[in-house]
Design a binder for this molecule. Structure first.
Ligand SMILES: [Zn+2]
Length: 221
């Protein structure tokens, strides 16, 4: 009899632990629907370049872990859509091909992404989608999180969003569009930055140059 009771207690505890673990995953932050029209992994020739930039961002502390979520997302325009880092990637060094997702289409009416890949696209895909729609010149969009840039935005003369919105929301994406214009480096209030370019190197180098400028300001102040 005691063994039966113990078995039930253990089973319940294991179930609770599994629920708790799932609750901590990035998955919960996704604020859109995803429809997979194929599980094909992106084969774009630019994928290796994006992987390299993911590694550089990680090494420079631009894609840190914040409260258990792994932040930052990088994409390039591909065909009618874009290729972006998947959601819930533990870190962004040495990413395999299946850590990237091809976003083919976004339906704002149903807030649904139609994708090709094995994982869901980054939780901040709505922002990437809206920037690509608004700026046809943009071929690459890199989004990172680092306090030193966020805190020095005004001193560096970088455009800064006025209002804070939770990450991954349509509200945040719309707030970004308000200040985007032709700017290639913008800062999201108390959040992070977005750099973009006609090629990936432009977006990446711009982020690194801004990081160096921000750090220099902190040293000299
Ligand atoms: Zn973010």
């Amino acid at each position: 009899m005691h063994f039966v009771a113990l078995y039930i207690v253990v089973t319940v505890l294991v179930a609770m632990k599994i629920t708790a673990l799932n609750g901590n995953m990035q998955e919960g932050k996704i604020k859109f629907n995803t429809v997979f029209f194929s599980d094909k992994v992106p084969t774009d020739s630019k994928l290796e370049e994006l992987k390299q930039w993911c590694k550089v961002f990680q090494k420079n502390g631009l894609t840190p872990e914040v409260e258990g979520n792994y932040t930052g997302n990088l994409s390039f325009r591909a065909g009618q859509g874009f290729v972006i880092t998947a959601s819930a990637l533990k870190d962004k060094e040495n990413l395999a091909d299946d850590c990237f997702v091809f976003v083919k289409e976004y339906d704002p009416k149903t807030n649904t992404f139609y994708v090709e890949g094995k994982k869901k696209p980054s939780s901040e895909s709505i922002m990437h989608q809206m920037i690509y729609d608004a700026n046809k010149q943009a071929q690459a969009i890199f989004h990172g999180h680092i306090d030193v840039i966020v805190q020095n935005a005004e001193k560096l003369g970088l455009p800064l969003t006025g209002k804070e919105f939770a990450s991954g929301t349509i509200g945040l994406a719309k707030e970004v569009l308000k200040i985007l214009g032709d700017n290639k480096m913008i800062v999201l209030k108390n959040h992070g930055f977005v750099s973009l370019g006609k090629i990936m190197n432009e977006a990446g180098e711009l982020a690194l140059a801004t990081l160096r400028d921000s750090e220099h300001l902190n040293i000299t102040k």
